[in-house]
Write a protein that binds this ligand. Structure first.
Ligand code: HEM
Length: 546
């Protein structure tokens, strides 16, 4: 039999061989690309009853998306486009919309009705769309993180961390949260004294990171008063995340992105890893007794010690890697969403002075008119926050109008979403986007959905499934109670002290600078955040205003 001798090949033959292999590789890729394109375009065109905007045989819904991007700010978060699309193409009544944006993004079905969202998240919890989540959450934590995992891996870690988020335990954290808020007040006073425009979201982010630092790693990170390498790395990582739909190939496949991701990950994992190691070495004697506070980091270690029945001198690499990933997702998910909620609370209240006056009056009635008393009273008796009814209504209303996050799931073979008329909608092979914003402004369930009216929470019947900023069902937000508690503490300590005036910013390239009259619209930056970090002028509130 003839033998193949690599060394007998000439340089030219090797060149031809490499070119041939590359050719086959690209040809294969091209064939797959074309086949996928034909599959998706035909699938969307074959069903005349599919609720969808006008579909183009070659470009799918890319033309429709390009048109809608001309009507709302180009840099607005993709979920802002959804109510506009539903309205423009008469799909509001349907409560569901199919979008074929392949190859710019996954073909999807967008769920805009609470009853249909209920079917996908509560009645049957569809698996997470890990392929779509990983490019965003991977760089911020790692594979297998609590948000983007499923099955036994997710169940294991959720079970481990649940006790750290029990309401009773969270109340014990209030004195620490109050302390961080007192620092926040000082930072805000300095900003007010400077008279300069400040990036409010930067300040609220440092505050929420300080809070999450206590909850997760039991450390005083003090990011409000000094730069912290962990926070700098997180911020850099978020700024490099690609847009959900990126049309500019240079931005989409930026050659520096993988290097920066790697570098920031190395920094973040290094810092959190050394915190974990320190904790592991110091081995809190209360850990095995269960009578101790429950920072997330200790809950992870406690589980490890239990698994190993106490017989450990070093941590398994696999466990250590997974635990660091979970700490990182907590640090990210635990600060990003809450910081933008606080910005919107300030902004909406400054746009509606009579609602601000009502909130301040409520705080005066609970904590008295001496502003310094609130910190002490809350630290001593955290349950006082249960009296903040109007402030709670404000938080709910802000989360309704500006939800910072939503859930993306994977459709399943045989899983159909049913509408009120009994029509069935397929999900197989599609991304299922449980987009909270269109549910939150669905006219069937909300009166004057685009109006900021916290009062609705006090005197109207609300369909609870129509409010899902934290999602619902088993994959709901583990940190929702913490988010509510910290936001209430922040409101109690700051609302009566400051007036905040958000500043207009230069328009994006399509010159549209408002969404339904609101110039502080949401953009995508990890989660949905106020544009440009909501640059604001901060003023000390005059005592007469309280
Ligand atoms: C206003 C504040 C917050 C909002 C609006 C929010 C929203 C959400 C949403 C919509 C989800 C579901 C995501 C998905 O299905 O992909 C989620 C999950 C999650 N959130 Fe939050 N969140 C907030 C605050 C927090 C805080 C303070 C923490 C941490 C301490 C946190 C940690 C998590 C985690 C770990 C998950 C994944 C839970 C699981 O799948 O088991 N979140 N959040």
């Amino acid at each position: 039999m003839a033998q193949f001798d690599l060394y007998a090949l000439s340089a030219t033959q090797i060149k031809y061989a490499i070119a041939g292999l590359l050719g086959v590789y690209f040809l294969q890729g091209t064939v797959r690309f074309i086949a996928q394109g034909i599959y998706w375009r035909r699938r969307f065109r074959n069903d005349p009853n599919l609720p969808q905007p006008p579909h183009h045989w070659l470009l799918g819904h890319l033309i429709v998306m390009a048109k809608i991007t001309q009507e709302i700010p180009m840099d607005a978060h993709p979920h802002v486009q959804l109510p506009a699309l539903l309205e423009k193409y008469g799909l509001k009544e349907k409560g569901i919309m199919y979008l074929d944006i392949w190859p710019m993004g996954s073909p999807m079905v967008v769920v805009c009705d609470p009853n249909m969202a209920y079917q996908c998240a509560q009645q049957h919890s569809l698996p997470k769309a890990i392929k779509e989540l990983d490019p965003i959450l991977g760089p911020l934590s790692g594979p297998g993180n609590l948000v983007a995992s499923d099955g036994n891996l997710w169940k294991f870690w959720r079970y481990v961390f649940n006790p750290g988020f029990a309401a009773q335990h969270l109340m014990t954290l209030v004195p620490g949260i109050v302390k961080d808020c007192q620092t926040f007040c000082k930072v805000m006073e300095e900003a007010a004294a400077s008279g300069k425009v400040v990036n409010l979201e930067k300040l609220t982010t440092c505050l929420t990171i300080d809070i999450i630092g206590r909850v997760v790693v039991d450390e005083e990170l003090e990011t409000q008063t000094r730069p912290h390498p962990l926070v700098e790395a997180f911020k850099s990582q978020i700024s490099w995340l690609p847009a959900a739909v990126e049309y500019n190939p240079w931005n989409r496949w930026h050659p520096m992105r993988p290097i920066i991701y790697w570098w920031n990950q190395r920094t973040m994992r290094g810092i959190i890893g050394s915190m974990l190691d320190k904790r592991f070495q110091s081995r809190d004697p209360m850990m095995s007794s269960g009578k101790r506070s429950k920072p997330v980091i200790d809950l992870a270690l406690e589980t490890y010690f239990k698994q190993k029945e106490g017989n450990v001198t070093a941590m398994d690499d696999e466990f250590r890697t997974n635990a660091i990933t979970q700490m990182m997702i907590f640090v990210f998910a635990g600060h990003d969403t809450t910081s933008s909620t606080i910005c919107y609370i300030f902004h909406k209240l400054s746009s509606f002075p009579e609602k601000m006056a009502r909130a301040r009056k409520e705080l005066d009635e609970i904590f008295g008119t001496n502003l310094d008393d609130a910190s002490k009273m809350l630290a001593e008796n955290p349950h006082l926050m249960n009296k903040m009814e109007y402030c709670t209504a404000i938080i709910r209303e802000v989360l309704r109008m500006y939800p910072p996050a939503s859930s993306v799931r994977s459709g399943e073979k045989g899983f159909y979403i049913k509408d009120e008329q009994g029509n069935l909608y397929e999900t197989e092979g599609l991304m299922v986007w449980l987009a909270s914003l269109p549910v939150h402004v669905n006219e069937k369930y909300w009166k004057d959905p685009f109006e900021f009216r916290p009062e609705r929470w006090l005197d109207e019947d609300i369909n609870k499934d129509a409010w899902r900023p934290f999602e619902r069902g088993p994959r709901n937000c583990i940190g929702q109670e913490l988010a509510m508690i910290e936001t209430k503490v922040i409101m109690a300590l700051t609302l009566r002290r400051f007036d905040i005036l958000a500043q207009r910013q230069p328009p994006p390239p399509n010159s549209v600078n408002e969404v339904r009259g609101e110039f502080v619209y949401q953009v995508l930056a990890g989660s949905a955040k106020p544009k440009g970090g909501m640059p604001s002028i901060i003023k000390l509130a005059t005592p007469s205003a309280t």
